[in-house]
Write a new protein. Sequence first.
Length: 406
Amino acid sequence: MLKNYKKYFPWFLKNKSWIYADSSATSLKPKEVINAVSEYYEKYCTNPHNNDSSLASKVNEKIKSTRELVANFLNVKNSNQIIFSSGATESLNLIINNVQLLLKPEDEVLITYAEHSSNLIPWIEASLKNKFKLIFPKDSSSFPSEQQLLNSINKNTKIISFTSASNLFGYTFSIQNIVKFARKKNPNIIIIVDATQYIPHHPINIDKLDVDFLVFSMHKMCGPSGVGILFGKMKHLEKMTPMRLGGGTVSSVEKNLKINYSPIPHRFEGGTPNTEGILATYSAIKFLQKIGMENVEKHEIELKKYFDKKIKDIKNIDYASKDSLFPVIALNYKGINPQDFANYFGKNKIIVRGGTACVKLAYMFTGNKSGYVRISLYIYNDFSDIDKIINVIKKFKPSKILEKII
């Protein structure tokens, strides 16, 4: 029997007849996260770039506490290694804009065809400008396996930048195995992990992983929109130039216009921050800690096993993520455009996603440019949701869709 986590999420009070199955796009928010946003506007609403009042000082204390809590959640000893950004996209752009400058034409950056656009487009642009080699794992006629990734590492591989969980197909890579293998090939290799899809579902211990950078977004893990987390090793952060310059990023500017940057992490957090979002991040992390990430993982594995059991006897389904226990399901009804199939779900009050889900090179190993219907589950889903989803799939009539096209 699964625990009832729906009770923590007010969305279900307003949308009682709906099923939310698009958590890989953004998750629902528990009451304490919503309250944290309201509390900031009602009680504080001051800019944290000063300490000229007790209210501003309190806000700064709360931001510091949030940074320390995030560090604790990730098992990072130095909270100054935690940088707040607007999301994983900004975090990855900041990292890539800096580390690309270390590369020579013969150097290689290894990524996969399964990357989200946030970890693909910046690398393509950087390789075109700086002429280094952008490498994808060989033999990618299917979803790139971990072994294919490892086989592609050589003496010229200077950076590996990969997603630890596919946002479309639900397959995962072992961060620890990849780091261990890569360090044997080259101890100085830079390893960047896009953990945006992984961290909402699994406990993680950065101290044991030995990654150089790791990023994720809070809005996919019960937190607010507009807040990203960037972890970086201090030896790299100290050499990096801020991408977003402005208030808070500099301690002084000398007469000769020499800029003295603020200490890390503040030099990377220019401008007025998403203060209410950072304060709500504290509440989101506390909520997940109360649930327990091990319990989140266990809950979702049970959901995925239940779905797999129910879907296996339905005909005409192309099920692309059947070999994974991750709570992301990619499927199609054969002969039907995934956007039309997703629209059918929506008409039956089930929120899913249709298309490529920003995985622009997925067709390189699927041959399918249209993408899939993605059903992404989280702790507020239960067996009854799966039953309703399966029932809607069983009732699907392809002829109805084809009639509209004709």
